[in-house]
Structures are given as structure tokens and as C-alpha cells.
Design a protein around this ligand. Structure first.
Ligand SMILES: Nc1ncnc2c1ncn2[C@@H]1O[C@H](COP(=O)(O)OP(=O)(O)OP(=O)(O)O)[C@@H](O)[C@H]1O
Ligand code: SF4
Ligand SMILES: [Mg+2]
Length: 423
């Protein structure tokens, strides 16, 4: 492959020492103002992204999942600087790019590229494929060795298209082929970071796998770093190294793929996971393994108080309603924002009085899921207890109203997950 691998001399080391950080996002916010009346006075704001922190390491794929409207695309547009953030910072290769102007961003545009969801509307129908894929060279004033045409033809063959089709128009291609054209365009300037917003959701299932595999192969060959956005976990499952789960403008869990799939800690992640069919023959006979989340995602104009998921969570207690849980690293490499995390010693609500919404939601949780959760939690707790025998446990509240906690309340909650509000 003739596109050279990226050099990364100015990268900073990840705090966990797990690799060089290419992109670091801190407290990132985007509030879209709502204006009304003749004077267009601001009456409120859509808090599409409301304070998120994460980093993307060089060479990795970070998957971002969450229900429709939770702010994934807005996040993608913020990190590629197609949108101006309301607050927080975006650092690329250690450089603060949060408020760079158009001129200052131009050289950066080569390094950060975006692939869009809809291959039908994202390609200009009046331009040939050659013009579309060659456009970035024109925009950036770059003259590739051997000329634009030759380079575009090379890019077309890199993404599995016939270079002879250089003069054809988008309508002459299928959805999957159009997405390959979009990928070729994104790769033209040899980017370091590619943000793919729902790159396959407009495609047939059979074609989705081909495009996902292409992205995977290109990453290996070209040393790319990806942020791949999807609304369900099945798309990012096989390609992501780490996965961030978003809910209503916040990241609620961020973990490596293995931990997220084997022991999700946020109840919302668990609900999303239960919607993904698991191709495991041992579990084929098990019925109703699904957590059906009741109702829609609440409005980002007035998100619920405390934990934003408390209006739909089957474990919600009073503290969830009043106090926003901060995103904390509860296990190595696994950050979660929850007062009563799953698969953790203190997964039981220590305040055993569930909110009424939780009692209703609990009816929707299959027994098998609860039993499995309790089993996993017990196993994890046993290992954790061995590791930290000396850890001092805080005193548990008197659980006089033990309505919902009949089973394994094996460990009391740690204080530190309840006392933050990182709005
Ligand atoms: N330009 C805008 N002006 C006002 N509100 C916006 C704008 N763009 C997005 N929003 C709102 O911000 C919220 C997050 O939108 P976003 O498109 O980021 O969600 P998403 O997670 O990508 O959803 P989907 O899965 O449907 O693509 C939504 O409530 C949306 O209506
Ligand atoms: S903090 Fe409470 S409401 Fe939010 S996810 Fe955790 S248990 Fe559910
Ligand atoms: Mg979107």
C-alpha cells in the first residue's frame, strides 16, 4: 500500500499509559439555542452534548453508541470542528483546536476527515466520481505525485472499486459502492483521524458487513484511527477497541470492548446489550433476554435531574433523582456514571427504596437477565474482594425497607460514586 503510515511525533501519552492520545476531549458541550418571537429571543437550549470527556488513542477504533437524538452526530461534528463548541476543549495531537478559525483549521482538515451516514445525499449527483474523490486535492491545493487522476484511480482501487469508473456519476453505483466512494474521498488526503457517522446504517445488512470489513482492513493497512458512530452495538461490536455509550448528551460508560460485553456496568449499557442478538448456542433456548426500555429518550431541552437515565432505569433510587453521578473509573479501563453500577460490589441500590418508575420498569426486565446479572455480579464481587481484602467498607444504611433487595446485597456501596455533580 503506497499511502504511508502516519508519523506521530507530537502525540501525548495517555494517562493510563495505554497508548498515544491523538484526540482529547474535555468537558465538551454543544447547546443549540432555541429562539422565539419577533425579536428571536433565546428561550432555551437543546443540550445536545452536555459535558463529555474522552480520548482517542492513535491506531484505535472508538465506537460511540446510543439511541437516536443522544448527541452522537453533534459530538462527531464537534470533534471534526464542523460545529463550534459551546464549552469545553478539543485537543488534537496535543494542540488545542477548540476555537481555531477557518483559515487556521485548513491544514487540520487534512488530518481529520468525516464519513457521513447517507451515501445518497452526501455525494453531489452532478459530479463524476473523479471530481468527487479528487475534490479534497483541489480544496487543499495539493498536487499528488503523478497527478490527481492517477491518485483518484488508485484510491478507487484501494476501496475496492473499478478505477475505470472514474467518469461515472453517483447514480450509477449501488449504496455500498457509494459509501466506498465516500470512504475514498475521506482517505484522499491521508488523514490521521476518520470520524464515521453511522457509516453503514443506510445500507442493506449484507452490504454492511462488507463496508465494515473494508474500514477494518484500511485501518490495518493505513494505520488509521477511527471514531465510529452507530445507534446500536451490533455494528461497532466487531470493529471497536473501546466503546463509549452516550445517553442524552452524556457519556454514561466508556470501556474496552471485552469489558463492555462481558460485564457492562451501566444499566443503560446493559439494556442496549440485551437488544443485540447474541450468537451463542448455549443461550439459544433462553427466552425473553431483553430489557425493554420504556418510553422515549427525554428531551435534551430539559433533561431529567440527577442521573438523566433515572426516568427509565429499573434501579433508580432517590439519590439517582437528585445527584448526577460522575463518570468514574470503577475498574481499570472501565469508566461508568452510575450510583448503583452493575457487575460491581455495590450494584444493589444501597438506598433500597426504588423510585416508582423503577418498580414499573422492573416488570419489564426478564428474570433471566436479573438472575444473570446477579450471578455475574457475585462472581466479580468475589474476585474483587480477594484482590482488595484490606479495603475498608463504609457502613451500610439500615435497610429497613428491603422491598426490592431480597437477593444478594453482598457489599455496601462506596461513598465516592454518590457525591459528585459534574454538570
Ligand atoms: N442544528 C441543530 N439545531 C438545533 N438542535 C439540533 C441541531 N442539531 C441537532 N440538534 C438536536 O440535538 C440533539 C442531538 O442530535 P444528534 O443529531 O447529535 O443526535 P444523534 O445521536 O446523532 O441521533 P441519530 O441517531 O438520530 O442520528 C437532538 O435533540 C437534535 O434534535
Ligand atoms: S445512577 Fe441510578 S438511575 Fe442512573 S443508571 Fe445508575 S441506578 Fe440507574
Ligand atoms: Mg446522528
Amino acid at each position: 500500500m503506497s499511502i504511508p503510515k502516519q508519523a506521530g511525533s507530537t502525540l501525548t501519552e495517555d494517562s493510563a499509559g495505554d497508548g498515544e492520545v491523538l484526540l482529547r476531549v474535555s468537558g465538551l458541550k454543544k447547546h443549540f439555542p432555541i429562539r422565539k418571537g419577533l425579536l428571536q429571543r433565546q428561550t432555551g437550549a437543546v443540550r445536545a452534548v452536555d459535558g463529555i470527556d474522552f480520548e482517542v488513542r492513535k491506531g484505535e477504533t472508538l465506537g460511540v453508541v446510543g439511541e437516536s437524538g443522544c448527541g452522537k452526530s453533534t459530538m462527531g461534528r464537534l470533534i471534526t470542528r464542523l460545529l463550534e463548541p459551546t464549552g469545553g476543549t478539543v485537543e488534537f495531537e496535543g494542540r488545542d483546536i477548540t476555537h481555531l478559525g477557518v483559515g487556521q483549521m485548513r491544514p487540520m482538515r487534512r488530518d481529520v476527515q468525516m464519513i457521513f451516514q447517507d451515501p445518497y445525499s452526501s455525494l453531489n449527483p452532478r459530479h463524476t466520481i473523479g471530481t468527487i474523490v479528487g475534490a479534497p486535492f483541489k480544496l487543499q491545493g495539493v498536487q499528488p505525485e503523478g497527478g490527481v487522476k492517477k491518485e483518484v484511480q488508485r484510491l478507487l482501487s484501494v476501496v475496492g472499486l473499478n478505477p475505470e469508473h472514474y467518469n461515472r456519476y453517483p447514480h450509477e453505483f449501488s449504496g455500498g459502492q457509494r459509501q466506498r466512494i465516500g470512504i475514498a474521498r475521506a482517505l484522499a488526503l491521508n488523514p490521521k483521524l476518520v470520524v464515521a457517522d453511522e457509516p453503514v446504517s443506510a445500507l442493506d445488512v449484507s452490504i454492511q458487513a462488507q463496508v465494515v470489513n473494508l474500514l477494518d482492513d484500511l485501518q490495518e493497512e493505513l494505520g488509521l484511527t477511527y471514531v465510529i458512530i452507530a445507534h446500536d452495538l451490533s455494528v461497532v461490536r466487531h470493529v471497536s477497541d473501546r466503546i463509549a455509550v452516550m445517553y442524552l448528551g452524556k457519556i454514561v460508560e466508556l470501556a474496552d470492548r471485552e469489558s463492555l460485553y462481558t460485564a457492562p456496568m451501566h444499566p443503560y449499557t446493559k439494556a442496549l446489550m440485551s437488544a443485540v442478538p447474541i450468537p451463542d448456542p448455549k443461550r439459544r433456548g433462553v427466552k425473553s433476554e431483553r430489557i425493554l426500555l420504556r418510553g422515549d429518550v427525554p428531551s435534551p431541552i430539559a433533561p431529567p435531574s440527577g442521573c438523566r437515565f433515572h426516568t427509565r432505569c429499573w434501579k433508580a433510587t432517590e439519590v439517582c433523582r437528585t445527584t448526577e453521578p460522575p463518570l468514574l473509573e470503577l475498574k481499570p479501563g472501565q469508566r461508568v456514571a452510575c450510583h448503583h453500577p452493575e457487575n460491581f460490589q455495590d450494584q444493589q441500590p444501597q438506598d433500597t427504596v426504588l423510585l416508582s418508575v423503577a418498580k414499573e420498569a422492573a416488570e419489564l426486565v426478564a428474570d433471566e437477565v436479573l438472575a444473570e446479572s446477579a450471578e455475574t455480579s457475585a462472581a466479580v464481587a468475589a474476585v474483587a474482594a480477594e484482590v482488595s481484602e484490606a479495603a475498608e467498607a463504609p457502613v451500610a444504611e439500615d435497610a429497613s425497607e428491603a422491598a426490592a433487595a431480597e437477593d444478594d446485597a453482598e457489599a455496601p456501596a462506596s461513598e465516592d460514586v454518590t457525591d459528585g455533580d459534574n454538570k
